[in-house]
Design a protein around this ligand. Structure first.
Ligand SMILES: O=C(O)CCC(=O)C(=O)O
Ligand SMILES: [Fe+2]
Length: 234
């Protein structure tokens, strides 16, 4: 799994810090060797990233408690065996800008992030200020921009929350097109369920949505691997 993910990282303009899996057990392994190929990074990058991950994890747990209450469940509905041991991912992504002549773009950018939904529970997207590139499909099927608002995250709902909530929360299709001349950086933190958990609509959500389960059971880790394999075709 580690080499699989690292292979991906060499093909796209980003690097990912995650919890890797090896020999049927998983452990926290932040592979900072990757950072050695980025000499301009500050020496305290590892400490900064650990702090950032910890803060995002705490914030995500709080948001999930609010969502659990909003759904009509107990505040700790997404803790313990569901997401008490979250398989979080931090991805730092660079999107080159378009080339320009006399300040005008010469063509549309064909490097970006194709339309997809996120895989887990919540994503906290920290966007570069001043560049509008993230687009979200609304319920009328139109692509609308999600411009950066300084000091805020865009919060995406992931596929596992869609299943657990029986569709009360939907995992929204989104994509990234940077048609500005500036290089854009995004720091996306993914708060995910426990790796091995089986996810199926929660009874109290099924009751609220007409009594019928709208989604099949999925195992989060299997879903993650299949999505990564199809989203990052080499
Ligand atoms: O760059 C962004 O704004 C979002 C990136 C994204 O959607 C993802 O990494 O899943
Ligand atoms: Fe995404």
């Amino acid at each position: 799994m580690t080499s699989f993910l690292l292979g991906i990282l060499h093909c796209v303009s980003c690097f990912t810090v995650s919890r890797y899996i090896a020999e049927d057990r998983y452990f926290i392994d932040i592979d900072f060797q990757l950072l050695t190929c980025r000499p301009r990074d500050p020496a305290n990058m590892k400490a900064l990233m650990e702090e950032y991950v910890n803060l995002c994890t705490d914030l995500s747990r709080k948001i999930m408690r609010g969502i659990a209450l909003a759904l009509g469940g107990l505040p700790n509905e997404f803790e313990g065996e569901r997401a008490g041991d979250p398989f979080w991912v931090l991805r730092i992504i660079g999107y080159p800008g378009v080339s320009t002549t006399n300040g005008h773009a010469t063509s549309e950018n064909d490097i970006g992030c194709g339309a997809h939904t996120d895989y887990g529970l919540l994503t906290l997207v920290n966007q570069d200020d001043g560049i509008t590139a993230l687009q979200v499909k609304n319920s009328s099927g139109e692509w609308i921009s999600a411009p950066p608002v300084p000091g805020t995250f865009v919060c995406n709902i992931g596929d596992m929350l869609k299943i657990w909530s029986n569709g009360l929360y939907n995992s929204t299709l989104h994509r990234v097109v940077n048609n500005s001349p500036k290089f854009r950086v995004c720091v996306a933190y993914f708060f995910e369920p426990n790796y091995d958990v089986g996810v199926e609509p929660l009874d109290f959500c099924v009751k609220k949505t007409g009594g019928v389960k709208k989604f099949e059971r999925a195992v989060y880790g299997e879903h993650l691997v299949s999505k990564v394999k199809t989203n990052f075709v080499m």
